[in-house]
Design a protein around this ligand. Structure first.
Ligand code: BGC
Length: 345
């Protein structure tokens, strides 16, 4: 196992961005940038042993800085959406930045994912990234000290350990926004076979805010309990799919919140590559890159077109603070947010 640190590029304000590359003895390797603690590459073999990068993303810092995709970035302080950017903590109403069409708060307003994180190599297969979020940034209360540790194992598991503590009661919901493409960018992801361990999902209104319903997937296009190609039902006559131009929904994961369990598995029949996702969080957003329109240029100069990648964003449900019956993500001052997600190839 090895970790190397390399200079990546310089930010417009002169700060230097580094990449940490962790490699196991089978040649599986991940690259992580200090900007956004971004998962930048994930190289693994196909069925013939040919190595390929299964992450949609960019070849340059300029691509990362200008993108609206959040590709590979660590999202905080509240991943996904907050209705009207509003939430109440300790009886006090807070207003977070409404960065989505001036109406909703999406992905915490963009603070954590665009920050430059400090990094330390903690083992021959692990790098820990740290960020301090000052009280009130993007409207979120509390000075938050956060670490995200990436660990790559000999078994092809990429562990992402999240740990955060605030000095005031606050809401916290973190995720990694990686887009996977197991063909290594050869074609779109519609033929990938996907299985999700969820009996219910949270349908949304026209602004992609959960209505509050936990709708059974049974008999709907959202039933991934038995593996099926992502593209099989994506154009079904379902108002939820039409409204979001595909899947862009939170699945209520089966099993106990707080316990690590298999959430999803994806396979690309052509390359034979497989991805498993484990998490201890209650939800996972399946986003099938519906809004990618070719206007951004990704790795190898290829335009990022619709369904060029899919995300499995492990998380608390969207807009949780405004839905008392969802598993809650309000943390007291000094109370630790701790969570683990594993992407296994
Ligand atoms: C959201 C999508 C959004 C994408 C990129 C996803 O997490 O659910 O609606 O387009 O992030 O911003």
């Amino acid at each position: 196992m090895s970790v190397i640190k390399t200079f990546y590029d310089t930010m417009p304000d002169g700060r230097e961005v580094y990449q940490y590359t962790i490699e196991n003895t089978n040649g599986i390797k991940v690259g992580i940038l200090t900007r956004g603690a971004t998962l930048n590459s994930f190289v693994c073999p196909d069925k013939d042993g040919e190595m390929g990068d299964i992450l949609m993303g960019f070849d340059s810092l300029a691509g990362h800085l200008s993108t609206t995709t959040y590709a590979g970035e660590i999202i905080g302080q509240y991943a996904n959406r907050l209705c009207g950017g509003k939430f109440t903590v300790g009886g006090k109403e807070y207003q977070a930045t409404k960065n989505e069409n001036g109406t909703t708060c999406l992905h915490g307003g963009g603070e954590y994912n665009s920050a430059l994180w400090r990094a330390i190599i903690t083992d021959d297969n692990a790098v820990e990234f740290a960020y301090h979020s000052p009280d009130g940034v993007e409207g979120f209360p509390g000075n938050v000290d956060m670490t995200v540790k990436y660990v790559l194992t000999e078994h092809g598991e990429l562990e992402i350990h999240y740990c955060a503590v605030s000095d005031k009661e606050t809401i916290m919901n973190f995720t990694n926004h990686a887009y996977f493409n197991l063909t290594a960018g050869k074609r779109d992801v519609l033929a990938h076979e996907l299985q999700i361990n969820a009996d219910c999902y949270t349908p949304t209104d026209a602004l992609s805010i959960p209505t509050g319903e936990k709708r059974p997937v049974d008999g709907t296009a959202f039933d991934f309990r038995i593996a099926k190609p992502i593209g099989r039902d994506i154009t079904a006559d379902d108002e939820q799919l039409i409204q979001c131009r595909g899947y862009d929904h939170n699945f209520c994961l089966n099993g106990e919140n707080g316990k690590l369990r298999l959430a999803a598995e994806a396979k690309d029949p052509d390359s034979g590559r497989r991805l498993q996702v484990f998490t201890d969080l209650p939800g996972m957003q399946l986003y099938t890159g519906n809004f990618l329109d070719g206007s951004e240029i990704g790795k190898g100069g290829a335009p990022l077109t619709k369904h060029a990648g899919f995300c499995l964003e492990t998380q608390f449900y969207p807009d949780t603070p405004n839905h008392p019956d969802f598993p809650q993500c309000t943390f007291k001052a000094g109370e630790k947010f701790e969570s683990l997600t594993i992407f296994k190839v």
